[in-house]
Design a protein around this ligand. Structure first.
Ligand SMILES: C[S@@+](CC[C@H](N)C(=O)[O-])C[C@H]1O[C@@H](n2cnc3c(N)ncnc32)[C@H](O)[C@@H]1O
Length: 232
């Protein structure tokens, strides 16, 4: 049982859980706020997933690997009738989001601080309207490609939790990962790439605020691609 838990906790997470030591104030905010935002996987999910949020939302989206939370916060504020579950195992990223939520509490956000595969397996079938996977860890070396979040098992997870017509967005600056994702989704019966012209993958999504990772990639001369897939 313990071995099973260890294996599952890191099934798709190979990154760092901690970076620089948190400042005392950040640690205090994390300790006091995280429990109220955290989704508890030891409890069964509500039969109607929007009930996870106090504020009466009508549907629920996920952001996997939200980094510092800039995109998650912006989307939550742009879409007050949608609940957002943000997933980020990196403690410093979670601390940054909690500091922003301390300054401006936002009722339509919940978070999870471990491997997204665990949350995906907890969610009810067809309960999610959209999944954002923005600049997932690229693992550019071929020997590490098997660590990439996009793979058949995780696309099966996406297919199970998304409602029909639900949307997956995937942004990356690494050509081999973009091509990899196009091939994986093309060979999966549940997903349909939405692009009809080159602009559809060259132009960012509506209201796109950029992300910290993207800004660095662009400074270093890499060009992003923005893919959108629809669950059939
Ligand atoms: C390259 S960073 C991008 C962060 C952010 N989306 C951005 O664009 O600035 C990828 C993030 O995904 C997170 N991550 C990696 N594997 C994950 C997993 N299995 N579940 C959830 N998050 C994961 C990492 O901790 C990291 O913060």
């Amino acid at each position: 049982m313990a071995e099973e838990r260890r294996r599952r906790a890191t099934e798709a997470f190979f990154g760092r859980r901690r970076g620089k030591t948190l400042r005392p104030q950040q640690s205090a905010i994390l300790a006091s706020l995280l429990p109220s935002y955290l989704v508890d996987l030891d409890q069964p999910p509500p039969a109607h997933l929007p009930d996870l949020f106090d504020g009466g939302v009508s549907d629920v989206r996920l952001e996997i690997g939200f980094g510092g939370g800039e995109h998650l916060l912006q989307e939550a504020r742009r879409n007050p009738d949608t609940g957002f579950i943000g997933i980020e195992p990196f403690v410093n990223g979670m601390a940054k989001l909690m500091s922003a939520l301390e300054a401006a509490p936002t009722g339509n956000i919940r978070v999870y601080n471990d491997d997204a595969t665990r949350l995906l397996d907890w969610l009810p079938e067809a309960s999610i309207a959209g999944i954002d996977l923005l600049y997932p860890d690229p693992w550019p070396k071929k020997k590490h490609w098997k660590r990439r979040f996009v793979n058949r098992s995780n696309l099966n997870r996406f297919a199970r939790v998304l409602s029909p017509g639900g949307v997956v967005t995937f942004a990356s600056d690494i050509d081999t990962y973009v091509n990899w994702t196009l091939l994986e989704c093309d060979s999966h019966p549940a997903f349909e790439w939405q692009a009809t012209s080159a602009d559809d993958w060259r132009q960012p999504y509506e209201g796109w605020p950029g992300t910290r990772y993207e800004a660095k990639a662009m400074r270093e001369g890499r060009v992003p691609a923005y893919l959108t897939f629809r669950r059939r």
